[in-house]
Structure formats: structure tokens, C-alpha cells
Write a protein that binds this ligand. Structure first.
Ligand SMILES: Nc1ncnc2c1ncn2[C@@H]1O[C@H](COP(=O)(O)OP(=O)(O)OP(=O)(O)O)[C@@H](O)[C@H]1O
Ligand SMILES: [Mg+2]
Length: 398
């Protein structure tokens, strides 16, 4: 994608469940990172709304509502979405929306209604001249740097875990799947466990405490059963005490962190720990996604598995995924040999390589930035005139 000077500046926005990343195409990092949170006092308007960090401290303002704008990757309230964008344009970017093109990142299998509602607001309420919505997985793969345009992307944030095959620079949305567990579910698990042992956690800040514990101490065990046996044999040797200060009283207190250190992230390998009905683990979903793709690209997908997003940052996760995928492939091979009853030769072996890109917290945004600064944006973005002429955003919408 050779970079060209865009006709208008292009704003790139990755609006995640926990964080909105916002800035200009061509830059190497977003200019703004703010919690995707809104707080307001009735009636909702531009003047009564606080967003981002301001909204995250509702006690500082006279607000009657406080909510996340995006729930599991889906916009929860369109009036609020419009006012949120008004803040992004006017208070953060300080631009006229009619003077900038926009690139939005989009999750796999986004409902067409969500795409159309988004386009309507950006074209009709804000008059943006050009708009493009691109696959988050494709953006992440294009920005993480090994130059490959084919790979199996696992993108797991606060509200969504998507497993998306990207082949020759195209995200195969039909074969993509969502896995039920994302970062918010793991934080909730940690919080529930901590509350069993520590009564002092102030309800208003309990989520933040669980987040800090999660980011500081959790890991993925090589073998959870062995880890549990070691823990049970000598719990005191394995328990940590995390120091906190009560946000209102200022009193220090300790939070006991025990088996949740390895059990919380284990839920991605044994989802029944969270919900007995969930039987397919993350490696199983990844394997199913690869096998739903055309045969000639499966080998390339297994050879370049890329994990991104904040919820993939647990130490030990990449190794465990690699091992689990190899075990699944060995099982396929054994099943194949058994089914063919020795009539065919040894099936081809697959290489499995998992690359951890989770430390690049802005990988998706950066891919959007590269795209927004390229000739492809100019060629592929829908213009306002095109939108108004055909009456919908997606070329294939009814
Ligand atoms: N060091 C860490 N260890 C484990 N989890 C982490 C770590 N750092 C961040 N997270 C988790 O990552 C999640 C946020 O990731 P990210 O910023 O990719 O999500 P998002 O883009 O806001 O949401 P989504 O893409 O799901 O809509 C949160 O659940 C957070 O707790
Ligand atoms: Mg995200």
C-alpha cells in the first residue's frame, strides 16, 4: 500500500469496549486514548455529557447516568453514540467533521444494521465526506510487522474475542468466529474470587481492584491440574497479598490472591469453569476456524497465528495455545490415519507458530492508520455523495 497524501485529513477511530483510540491516519500512535464511557445528567445533550476520563469520575460531576457506550463490541445506545462523536470531533480533535475522512475499525461479523446506523450518523449528522470501515483483525495483522498478509488472528479485548482468518490480505468473515470469553469476563471472575476472601474491597472501586490484580499477578499455567495440586498441597506458599488503599477512607488493606492467579485465565482453555454449557475452548475454536477455510490456505494459517489485544497478555498464554493447537493437529492426523485404514500415506505435517503481539496495545489502530494514509482508502472509502445516491453504506445492503 504506497502512502499518498489524502485529499482531506483522515481520522482513525478504534472504539473498543474499554478504550477508544483516536487520531490521524499516517501517525504511528493514536493522539487520544480514552475510556469508552459516558456520564450525563438528564436530558442527554452535548452540554450535559461527559466522556472518557471525565466520565470515569462520575462523583466529580452532577450526573444521573453513567454507562459504557459499547457492550461486547456492540453500540448500546445510538443517541449516546452520536453525542459521543460530537465530543470526539469538537472537544478532542477540534475539527469540523465535514472537513475529515473517517476510518472506523469493525469487529468480525458485525451486524449490517450496526454498520448502517453508524454510517447514517457519520454521513447525515456529521456530514463527513468519506467513510471506511475495516476489519480489526486485518488491521492488526497489517501493523504487527512480519509483513505476512495471511494469518489466523486472535484478537481479544475487554468485550470480544474474535478468531479471524486473513488470507492474502482479506479477512474471511464467513469462517470467523467469536469465542465467548473476553477480558471483562476474566476480570469478573477475579472479582468474584477476591470477594470470597476479602470483605474490605469498596464496592465502587471493586472492578478497578480486580483489574489491577489481574494485570499484575495472573498467568496461564502449563498444566492447570498440576498447578492446582501444588497449590492445594501448600496454599500458604502460593498465596499473595496485594496492597490497596481504600479510595474513600485512605486506609491501607491487603487483598488475598490465591488460585485465581491461574484459574481465571484457565477459563479460556476450560470455559466450563465459567459456564457449564460452554464446551469448546479457545484452541478448539481456532482449529474449527482454520478447518472452515479452503484447504489450500490452512497450512499458511497454522504457520502464522497472531494473538493481539489486552486480554492476550497473560504470561504463558502463547506457549499453551501453541501446545494445544499441536495436540489438536496430532489428533486430526491420528483420526485421518484411522479413517483411511492405512490405505493412504502419512498425512502432511503442519507447522504451528503462534506470535504474541498483545504488547502492541494499539495494533488495530495502527493498521487503520496505515490504511487511512494509503491509496486504498482513497479508492475504497464510500463518499457522502455515493451514500446519498444509493441510500445505504454497504454495497451489498438491500
Ligand atoms: N497485562 C494485562 N494482563 C491481562 N489482561 C490485560 C492486561 N492489560 C490489559 N488487559 C485487559 O485487556 C482488556 C482491554 O483490551 P483492549 O484495549 O484490547 O480492549 P478494547 O479494544 O477496549 O475492547 P474490545 O476490542 O474487546 O471491544 C481489558 O479487559 C484489560 O483488563
Ligand atoms: Mg479492541
Amino acid at each position: 500500500m504506497p502512502p499518498v497524501t489524502p485529499r482531506v485529513p483522515v481520522v482513525v477511530c478504534d472504539m473498543g469496549t474499554s478504550t477508544t483510540r483516536l487520531g490521524y491516519a499516517g501517525n504511528s500512535a493514536p493522539t487520544f486514548e480514552l475510556p469508552t464511557v459516558c456520564a450525563w445528567a438528564d436530558p442527554l445533550s452535548y452540554d450535559t455529557l461527559h466522556v472518557g476520563h471525565e466520565a470515569d469520575q462520575p462523583s466529580r460531576h452532577a450526573v444521573t447516568h453513567h454507562r459504557r457506550l459499547v457492550d461486547h463490541g456492540t453500540v448500546a445506545d445510538w443517541d449516546l453514540y452520536e453525542e459521543y462523536w460530537r465530543h470526539l470531533f469538537h472537544r478532542h480533535l477540534c475539527v469540523e467533521s465535514s472537513d475529515v475522512g473517517v476510518v472506523l475499525t469493525e469487529a468480525a461479523k458485525t451486524a449490517p444494521e450496526q454498520r448502517e446506523a453508524t454510517a447514517e450518523i457519520l454521513f447525515e449528522s456529521f456530514g463527513v465526506p468519506q467513510l471506511s470501515m475495516g476489519s480489526q483483525a486485518l488491521f492488526a495483522l497489517s501493523s504487527v510487522g512480519n509483513g505476512a498478509d495471511t494469518g489466523l488472528v486472535v484478537l481479544s479485548g475487554a468485550g470480544m474475542t474474535q478468531v479471524v482468518p486473513v488470507v492474502d490480505g482479506y479477512a474471511l468473515d464467513g469462517a470467523a468466529q467469536h469465542f465467548q470469553i473476553a477480558g471483562g469476563d476474566i476480570t469478573q471472575y477475579v472479582l468474584d474470587s477476591l470477594r470470597e476472601h476479602t470483605r474490605d474491597i469498596a464496592a465502587e472501586r471493586a472492578w478497578d481492584v480486580a483489574e489491577r490484580v489481574k494485570r499484575s499477578y495472573l498467568y496461564v499455567a502449563e498444566d492447570a491440574a498440576k498447578e492446582m495440586a501444588q497449590f492445594e498441597a501448600d496454599p500458604l506458599a502460593h498465596v499473595l497479598h496485594h496492597s490497596e488503599v481504600h479510595w474513600r477512607t485512605g486506609h491501607p488493606y491487603a487483598v488475598r490472591v490465591g488460585r485465581e492467579r491461574f484459574l481465571a485465565a484457565e477459563t479460556m482453555f476450560q470455559p466450563a469453569l465459567l459456564q457449564p454449557r460452554w464446551t469448546t475452548a479457545l484452541p478448539g475454536v481456532m482449529d474449527a476456524v482454520v478447518w472452515a477455510c479452503p484447504m489450500d490456505c490452512r497450512r499458511r494459517l497454522y504457520a502464522n497465528v497472531v494473538v493481539c489485544g489486552g486480554n492476550m497478555r497473560f504470561p504463558g498464554l502463547t506457549k499453551r495455545l501453541e501446545r494445544a493447537l499441536r495436540a489438536l493437529l496430532e489428533k486430526h492426523t491420528a483420526d485421518f490415519v484411522a479413517a483411511s485404514n492405512g490405505a493412504t500415506g502419512k498425512p502432511a505435517e503442519y507447522e504451528v507458530r503462534v506470535t504474541d503481539c498483545s504488547r502492541d496495545r494499539n495494533a488495530v489502530w495502527k493498521g487503520g492508520s496505515l490504511f487511512g494514509a494509503s491509496a486504498r482508502f482513497a479508492a475504497e472509502a464510500v463518499t457522502r455523495a455515493e451514500y446519498q445516491e444509493r441510500g445505504h453504506f454497504s454495497a451489498d445492503a438491500a
